[in-house]
Design a protein around this ligand. Structure first.
Ligand code: GDP
Length: 368
């Protein structure tokens, strides 16, 4: 049929023909959706119901249109990142396509970080990372969209910086952009769950305009898919064991020289030329296993997907192979497996850190 129906999740035009393109929904689901008034594309439906990430192709033209739109506008850009996955939150070329517009960075999922980490230190770290990627944010705010923490403060800051202009919210998928927008609009306009329950005239693939006040809009842009995220290398069932829902409780391991820690079968940490404590920060239920370095390869081959989970045996075959990254630490350093967690090394040591191909491993001066 010749339809022009729009997904209430992402604003794509719904279509039933091309599985890999935006807006795809199976015909049967579409009919049900029309009946119930809940029109989602398959991707948004899965995101809502199973928190499953399904990549979708934006055509280059769609993408260029989106980017040039931002360049040509006079607006405040609110760039939402996942504090737990800075590299996985990067939008390639963002600093170019924002043009002269001011960018404010929102570091979301602040609730995952222990209270003992100074928020000022985290902001400083975000600023440094931003600078290293060519961005000069006018400000950095930390929020927990899920717990509605610091969202009101964020709104105050947005009011201050936008000076009556529109606000473009940008971010890759899974950083909590929808949750944050819903919270902000609820606070600002009293409208609940704006992104999933309302449809706005003129929504297209590239933007959803939400009235912000009488004269301006908040514009939700599509979540850009960043393939180098844990969320993309893991199946939905496994993701819930690694994505922290609550504040991480640090664990201390007294390591001997030449010992290895396995974080499920997802990451590996080899500790050499040193003896002493390391502190791990991962989802509280993630299974951490210690072995001798000399046994580690063999141990992994025999136990990945069984003793070492996630991922489970069934999903292990789809996991990209682990790739090693070597570092020498001199002082207290965090070795960060992006999107998974980090290990604080308390002094000098030689470290080889392994993560699935595509997932970044970085070091930073310890946050604590
Ligand atoms: P979007 O793809 O950027 O729009 O992200 P969503 O709003 O759909 O959120 C992605 C996932 O992150 C969901 O599982 C949310 O529950 C979770 N999430 C969102 N905000 C927060 C937060 O502040 N803290 C934590 N721990 N999780 C969050």
């Amino acid at each position: 049929t010749d339809m022009d129906l729009i997904c209430i999740g992402c604003g794509s035009h719904l279509q039933t023909t091309d599985k890999d393109k935006a807006g795809y929904t199976p015909k049967s689901a579409l009919d049900k959706g029309i009946e119930s008034g809940e029109l989602y594309c398959q991707r948004c439906f899965r995101l809502r119901h199973y928190n499953e990430i399904v990549p979708v192709e934006l055509t280059d033209d769609d993408f260029r249109r989106l980017l040039s739109q931002i360049q040509d506008t006079d607006a405040l850009i609110v760039y939402v990142i996942d504090l737990f996955d800075f590299n996985g939150s990067l939008i390639p070329g963002l600093h170019r396509f924002v043009g002269d517009n001011p960018v404010m960075i929102v570091g979301n999922k602040e609730d995952i970080f222990p209270k003992s980490i100074k928020r000022s230190k985290m902001k400083e770290w975000v600023k440094q990372q931003a600078h290293a990627n060519g961005l000069r944010p006018i400000d950095v705010q930390l929020t927990s969209a899920k717990n509605n923490h610091q969202v009101e403060e964020l709104l105050h800051q947005i009011e201050r910086y936008r000076k009556g202009r529109d606000v473009y919210v940008v971010g890759v998928t899974n950083v909590g952009k929808s949750t944050l927008i819903n919270q902000m609009i609820k606070m600002q306009n009293g409208v609940d769950n704006v992104i999933t329950t309302s449809r706005f005239p003129g929504t297209t693939l590239d933007r959803i305009e939400i009235p912000f006040d009488e004269h301006s809009n908040l514009i939700d842009t599509p979540g850009i898919i960043h393939n180098d995220q844990m969320a993309h290398v893991l199946a939905a069932q496994d993701l819930k064991y690694i994505a922290p829902q609550k504040t991480i409780k640090p664990k201390v391991f007294q390591l001997n020289d030449n010992q290895t820690l396995f974080m499920g079968a997802l990451a590996r940490f080899d500790y050499t030329n040193s003896v002493g404590p390391v502190t791990t920060y991962f989802e509280n239920n993630l299974n951490i296993h210690r072995t001798k370095l000399s046994n580690a390869d063999d141990f992994y081959d025999r136990h990945a997907g069984e003793l070492l989970v996630p991922p489970t045996a069934e999903n292990f075959k789809d996991l990209p192979e682990l790739v090693s990254h070597s570092f020498r630490t001199e002082r207290k350093t965090d070795v960060v497996f992006e999107g998974l967690g980090w290990i604080t090394v308390h002094g000098g040591a030689s470290i080889t850190a392994w993560a699935p191909k595509g997932i970044s491993v970085i070091t930073r001066p310890a946050l604590i």
